[in-house]
Design a protein around this ligand. Structure first.
Ligand SMILES: [Zn+2]
Length: 163
């Protein structure tokens, strides 16, 4: 009897975990659908804007107000889409590269495509680049030992000393 109760509890636990996972997947699916719909809306807005500009040009007229309204609407929708995409990325546990837009696993320090830094840094700080190549300082330095240089010249093109 006790055994049965335990099994029942276990089954309920598992169902709860599965339910959360399913909920997460459903939410992600919903967000993706939303993003697709928004993308389609934006595309059709682009087309309408194109038609409006085309008609205006064809008729030799101007309607800056109308054009600006369309642009503002597209801007707002792009902003919304970006927010939805960000939510999707958070759920998928990926981060989007600010440089090239490629997605990398969350926690990545550098973009897997272009190598841009993905680490969050304060806005007001100059980004440090410790990996930047150092200028060749030794290039024009005078030889420390004139005899060694003479020996190198005698040896020809190869500056490596014999081991
Ligand atoms: Zn990148």
């Amino acid at each position: 009897m006790g055994k049965f109760d335990n099994l029942l509890l276990k089954a309920k636990d598992l169902a709860g975990v599965a339910g959360n996972k399913a909920q997460e997947v459903a939410e992600l699916t919903k967000l993706k659908l939303q993003a697709t719909q928004m993308r389609n809306e934006i595309d059709s807005n682009y087309m309408k804007l194109g038609e409006i500009v085309y008609e205006l040009e064809k008729n030799g007229t101007q309607n800056e107000e109308l054009v600006n309204m369309c642009v503002a609407e597209i801007e707002a929708k792009l902003q919304e889409l970006e927010e939805v995409n960000q939510k999707i990325n958070e759920m998928k546990k990926v981060v989007k590269c600010p440089e090239c837009g490629a997605e990398s696993p969350a926690g990545s320090l550098y973009c897997s495509r272009c190598g841009a830094s993905l680490a969050e840094k304060p806005e007001d700080q100059e980004p440090q680049e410790p990996d930047a190549p150092q200028p060749e300082a030794a290039e024009e330095a005078a030889p420390a030992c004139p005899q060694q240089e003479a020996a190198q010249e005698a040896a020809g093109e190869d500056p490596k000393p014999e081991a």
